[in-house]
Design a protein around this ligand. Sequence first.
Ligand SMILES: Nc1nc2c(ncn2[C@@H]2O[C@H](COP(=O)(O)OP(=O)(O)O)[C@@H](O)[C@H]2O)c(=O)[nH]1
Ligand SMILES: [Mg+2]
Length: 239
Amino acid sequence: MEPSSPHLSIVIPVYNEEAIVEQAAAELTQGLDARGWDYEIIFAENGSRDRTQELLEAMCRKNPRLRWFHSERPNYGVALKAGIEKARGDIVICDEIDLCDLVFYDQAVPRLERREADLIVGSKAARGASDQRPLVRRVATRMHNGLLRVTLGFKGTDTHGLKAFRRERLLPTIHKCVVDMDVFASEFVVRAWRDGLLVREIPIQLHEKRQPSIHLFRRVPNVLKNVARLVYVIRVRGE
Ligand SMILES: Nc1nc2c(ncn2[C@@H]2O[C@H](COP(=O)(O)OP(=O)(O)O)[C@@H](O)[C@H]2O)c(=O)[nH]1
Ligand SMILES: [Mg+2]
């Protein structure tokens, strides 16, 4: 590893977030600085049509701990995967700009440092979690996870959102992943379980800073298509 590598890399996909990106990043860096942590934040942006790119550029110019990169087409999975591949820290945290949940960091980082887990998932659906989203989105989370359990032998309660892991332990899993968009996050977590890595869940208290940017029902066809592809690749071809 390069001598200048930070201990912690935070990867945040962003898409059309001009309304909250500066404020959310400022609060996050303040919280991280207050903890005295050695960190970098990587903003993985693609497809934005608003002022997000301009704002990221200005933020990163002012603060050397921040980096960002861009590609043309909006794609959450492509952004997150590329961000993880660029991360240099021993520990990587995947966050979302509408969450930036330092309570999860405080719980997950020491456990990874003590090597009690390879991957820790912040679960909205585990016992003890609280999820304030509208009923339809909570039901969608349950249905998605049920689908992953039935089709791919998934053993946990959530795959989207907050995750923290030991980079070296998870890199081989990342390199195996084949799907993009929303289902990349599920593939990553499902493969970690299947690879026999030590996966743990922490129940989270979910407070979103705004409503989700993409309408739930518009995501469904793509999710089904990508889950079907995963079933084929993992179950049929055994990859
Ligand atoms: N790079 C990138 N980020 C995205 C895309 N869609 C959503 N995001 C980011 O992913 C995170 C979660 O998005 P959100 O709209 O809150 O969806 P939720 O996960 O259902 O709550 C936020 O940081 C978004 O900016 C995308 O197409 N590309
Ligand atoms: Mg959200």
